[in-house]
Design a protein around this ligand. Structure first.
Ligand code: SF4
Length: 388
């Protein structure tokens, strides 16, 4: 059945509950043009006092970040949630997997709130539990399950973290991926790296001395991952075919263009970028490393940065004495992070202040238990640092 143009456009205005975790608020969402939004947020936050803590990921909009008690990457924010036992309500301005990690690490008495339930992460969604179980079945059939250690990036669902904990693996971040993978190779002979192929490949080649041929790519949409049994057995790293829709967009051409346009520029990128981009960059590091590199750079230095645009713009505003460019010329926000806007924050804070607990992110105890095991393995790695 074909739709007329009007029907087609109308269809796009309805929530698609099959593809999103939820798109509606249980009440009136303020309009973005409401001139009192800032005052309303301040008032609701003041009314909640120490009962509430607002966490803001570095990729959030400025209009939201201004209300954050703590800003950071996903790992730092999860740690902040775990360390604060005073706030019973943690309003997490980030995406779904981050709120799940905060729920896993907080106490029974604390509730984690995500102001817009549709703020997911496309990378986390690229590895579902049933897909990962199917891959593990093949690995088990080949008799190499006991020598294959899962290493899962923080940017994954609680279900995948739990699978990792149950199967002897660890979580990693973009700063400790090298240590996590080295630890895994002490426990077994090969790694199943989930779900970001780029972080896994970049770490394996740049830090562990593997060749690109030592890594194979598991495609969850193909039978047996699209690989032969011999390829799976011979691999040192089985990379999952997932990527970040923001960092995955940067290209070698972006690097070449910026170098020719801006003499003396330094290229600074996140390790979720494709391998050829990372190999052509001058500096590679996590979100926290990108921030500290720019802050500590000499005045007059020039930077082209390959990470989320809200953060790059904020760094440019905070460091006017340095020349800061976005690596790509086209806009590149994280669209799901951007779902948390001021109207959603105001709506959530006002509801909480009125005694209505909304948009709670809750991980069931079995999933939380095994996820905690995997997270604790990561925390016991030497010099654990931060993530995306
Ligand atoms: S920036 Fe990438 S990894 Fe981070 S939340 Fe957005 S899509 Fe996910």
């Amino acid at each position: 059945m074909s739709l007329s143009l009007v029907e087609f456009l109308k269809a796009g205005t309805k929530p698609d509950l099959d593809s999103e975790r939820g798109v509606t608020c249980a009440g009136e969402l303020p309009t973005p043009s409401d001139p009192d939004l800032v005052e309303r947020a301040k008032k609701a936050k003041a009314a909640l006092g120490k009962r509430v803590m607002i966490l803001g990921h570095h990729y959030q909009r400025d209009e939201v970040i201004q209300f954050a008690d703590i800003t950071g990457d996903s790992f730092k924010l999860a740690q902040a949630a775990a360390e604060n036992r005073e706030a019973e309500l943690i309003v997490f301005c980030g995406v779904h997997f981050m709120a799940e990690s905060a729920d896993i690490l907080t106490s029974e008495a604390q509730r984690v709130i995500l102001p817009d339930l549709a703020a997911g992460c496309s990378m986390a969604d690229m590895a579902t539990l049933s897909q990962v179980r199917d891959a593990w079945t093949v690995i088990s059939e080949l008799g190499i399950d006991s020598s294959t250690i899962p290493v899962t990036y923080m940017n994954s669902s609680a279900a995948i973290k739990s699978f990792t904990g149950e199967h002897g693996g660890t979580i990693c971040t973009s700063s400790n991926a090298e240590r996590a993978m080295k630890w895994a190779l002490q426990q077994g002979e090969r790694i199943l790296f989930l779900p970001d192929q780029h972080l896994g490949r970049n770490t394996a080649v740049r830090h562990l001395g593997f060749s690109l041929d030592d890594c194979v790519l598991w495609n969850p949409w193909k039978p047996r991952g699209g690989l032969t049994d011999d390829q799976i057995r011979a691999a040192k790293v089985i990379l999952w075919r997932g990527h970040c829709s923001v960092h995955g967009r940067f290209s070698l051409k972006n690097v070449q263009d910026r170098r020719s346009e801006i003499p003396g520029v330094s290229i600074l990128v996140h390790p979720e970028c494709p391998h050829e981009v990372v190999m052509a960059a001058d500096h590679v590091g996590s979100t926290e490393m990108i921030i500290s590199t720019v802050r500590n750079a000499p005045n007059g230095s020039k930077w082209a940065i390959g990470t989320e645009l809200n953060l790059v713009r904020r760094l440019a505003n905070e460091n006017p004495e340095k020349e800061i460019h976005f690596l790509d010329k086209t806009i590149c926000y994280c669209s799901t992070m951007n779902r948390i806007d001021l109207p959603h924050l105001v709506w959530a804070l006002e509801a909480l202040a009125a005694g209505q607990i909304v948009n709670v992110i809750s991980v069931d105890e079995t999933t939380a238990h095994h996820s905690r095991i995997a997270l604790e393995r990561m925390l016991s790695l030497p010099q654990t640092a931060h993530s995306d």
